[in-house]
Write a protein that binds this ligand. Structure first.
Ligand SMILES: Nc1nc2c(ncn2[C@@H]2O[C@H](COP(=O)(O)OP(=O)(O)OP(=O)(O)O)[C@@H](O)[C@H]2O)c(=O)[nH]1
Ligand SMILES: [Mg+2]
Length: 198
């Protein structure tokens, strides 16, 4: 359960990445997949993380304190947005990569993918990176409200197969309808129970 949540800081460069001495869960995924909305659903604060129908709005890593420092969410900038310059893309990539490889208390990356679509090349690249650096992750499928129950089941299987995990390992969510919230909380509890913090 999340009882308290507040925005702490935004980070635009690697040198400023904070160490909170508490477990961190990063929220990653392509631009516009619903990362910020997901944080807002979990915290019950509709305006905590800035959302936008315009892709590529979150260009910084935004940190949120949860339950008075029990853990932190890191809302990562979305990848795969076509309308930005190559230089800017490289800058985002570097920021994300540096964060993932240097953050000492990162316990898990929530990889958000749109339930309706086949995972992209960039999604697969992220997973490859997480495997290579032995960073544990959880697949979260978003925007389930846009599909019927039957389609949700089918798409869950498609997403799972494309990412090389089991369908049971994909948590189906909708920030709009609050679908999957309890499953996500259960996952977070499980992660926190086994967390070691420096
Ligand atoms: N129908 C529906 N729309 C959603 C859901 N989650 C997010 N959206 C919409 O998708 C758009 C993008 O949501 P954001 O939460 O800003 O996405 P993001 O991944 O943070 O985007 P960037 O920060 O640009 O990478 C917004 O218009 C949201 O309202 C959902 O569960 N269902
Ligand atoms: Mg965002």
């Amino acid at each position: 359960m999340i009882k308290q949540a507040k925005f702490v800081t935004s980070v635009a460069s690697v040198g400023n990445i904070p160490n909170f001495a508490a477990p961190e869960i990063a929220i990653a995924g392509k631009s516009n997949v619903g990362k910020s909305s997901f944080i807002n659903m979990l915290t019950g604060q509709g305006k905590l993380a800035r959302t936008s129908s315009e892709p590529g709005r979150t260009r910084l890593i935004n940190f949120f304190e949860i339950n008075n420092g029990e853990f932190y969410f890191a809302d990562l900038p979305g990848y795969g947005y076509a309308k930005v310059s190559r230089a800017e893309k490289a800058k985002w990539g570097e920021l994300i990569e540096n964060y993932l490889s240097k953050s000492r208390n990162l316990i898990n990356v929530f990889v958000l993918v749109d339930l309706r679509h086949e995972p992209t090349k960039d999604d697969k690249l992220l997973l490859k990176y997480l495997y290579a650096y032995s960073i544990p992750f959880t697949i979260i499928a978003t925007k389930a409200d846009k599909l019927s129950r039957l389609q949700q089941g089918k798409c869950r299987q498609t997403v799972a197969s494309a990412l090389g995990v089991g369908a049971a390992d994909v948590i189906v969510t909708s920030s709009e309808k609050g679908i999957g919230k309890q499953e996500v909380f259960a996952r977070i509890d499980q992660l926190l129970e086994t967390a070691n913090v420096e």
